[in-house]
Design a protein. Structure first.
Length: 337
């Protein structure tokens, strides 16, 4: 909120932000930056405070009490707030939707519908990754469980923020390998930062192989493709630093999106999701002049989005190289997919 006020006064260079308040419960896996709630009454009061403070949505997290989702979501919808997040531990995807979610965050929480009970019960911890890595490869996306979920999501236009780059970074690289999302920036980041991107994927359990994890990632990618083909809104996020966004879009293209469809997931689709598509999200007369100019043609080669040369923010032109320098980059990224 302090940053928003500084931005409004012209003291901070920042994109427009449409914030959600993060709501969680008490426990060993409580999100460190969440509002921690201990009762349904507190949860509803927090929703009301989010509206009063100018937030556009509420986001539930894994230690939140599943019994409080429906009443808090109902209050949020009464106040025209967007409802999204992780289904709390013990809740399957379909149950979160029935309780009032408008959007499921992370593709592995969509896949959680088909996971064994012990994974669902502990989905607020490491099992949201380990369990998915172990079992996703064997899920039949055309089977009754996932088909019913996808149909429900399509019927209710439940959006998904897949963050495929997270799943890729966990399941695909060998330990020590560089994440593909960061490869174009090698040599332009501070050494300590670059080393952090070379951690590689999760260590594979002794009874599995890296190939198993990669098959699970491929199944998550297939799931994103099926959601898209079913008309379910896909909105692009990274759960990272932001520089991974172009890789996220490339993963959508690899899953069968056209480049234009992938671009829409990072522009007009999220604008519709938070109800600001009348003022932003596409280039049209009367909308806010928020545009990036790139060298190349991102409608044909999505990686050209990294070739940003000029940013127009609220009608003001900013040199992209100056922004890179101010952010700690020593040069432009390589143009690789």
């Amino acid at each position: 909120m302090a940053r928003a006020k500084r931005r409004a006064r012209g003291e901070l260079l920042s994109p427009n932000v449409y914030p959600s308040v993060l709501m969680d419960g008490k426990g060993p896996n409580t999100a460190q930056v969440a509002t921690v709630l201990t009762s349904q009454e507190e949860a509803i009061a927090d929703v009301q405070k989010a509206k009063a403070d100018g937030f556009t949505g509420i986001k539930f997290y894994g230690a939140y009490n599943p019994a409080w989702v429906a009443p808090a979501a109902a209050e949020a919808h009464k106040l025209s707030l967007h409802v999204h997040g992780h289904p709390p531990a013990g809740m399957r995807t379909s149950q979160a939707i029935a309780a009032g979610y408008d959007e499921i965050t992370h593709i592995y929480f969509v896949m959680m519908e088909a996971m064994p009970d012990n994974v669902v019960a502990t989905s607020n911890g490491i099992n949201r990754f380990d369990g998915i890595g172990r079992y996703a490869k064997d899920v039949d996306l055309s089977g009754p469980v996932m088909s019913k979920l996808i149909q429900t999501m399509a019927d209710h236009k439940i959006a998904v923020d897949p963050t495929l780059v997270v799943a890729e970074s966990l399941f695909v690289p060998e330990n020590g390998d560089l994440s593909p999302a960061c490869a174009p920036y090698v040599g332009t980041m501070p050494p300590a930062t670059e080393r952090g991107f070379r951690e590689g994927g999760f260590a594979v359990p002794k009874d599995l192989t890296r190939a198993d994890y990669r098959k699970s990632f491929a199944k998550l990618s297939d799931l994103v493709a099926r959601l898209h083909k079913s008309g379910i809104p896909i909105v692009a996020g990274t759960d990272g630093y932001g520089l991974e966004l172009v890789r996220e879009l490339k993963l959508y293209v690899d899953a069968g999106f056209t480049p234009a469809e992938a671009l829409a997931t990072a522009t007009i689709a999220p604008a519709r999701l938070v109800g600001v598509d009348k003022t932003t999200g596409s280039i049209a007369v009367g909308k806010m002049a928020d545009v990036v100019l790139v060298e190349g043609d991102a409608s044909k080669r999505i990686g050209d989005l990294r070739n940003t040369r000029t940013v127009m923010l609220g009608g003001k032109l900013i040199d992209a190289d100056a922004l890179r320098e101010a952010s700690g980059f020593s040069g432009r990224p390589k143009n690789v997919e």
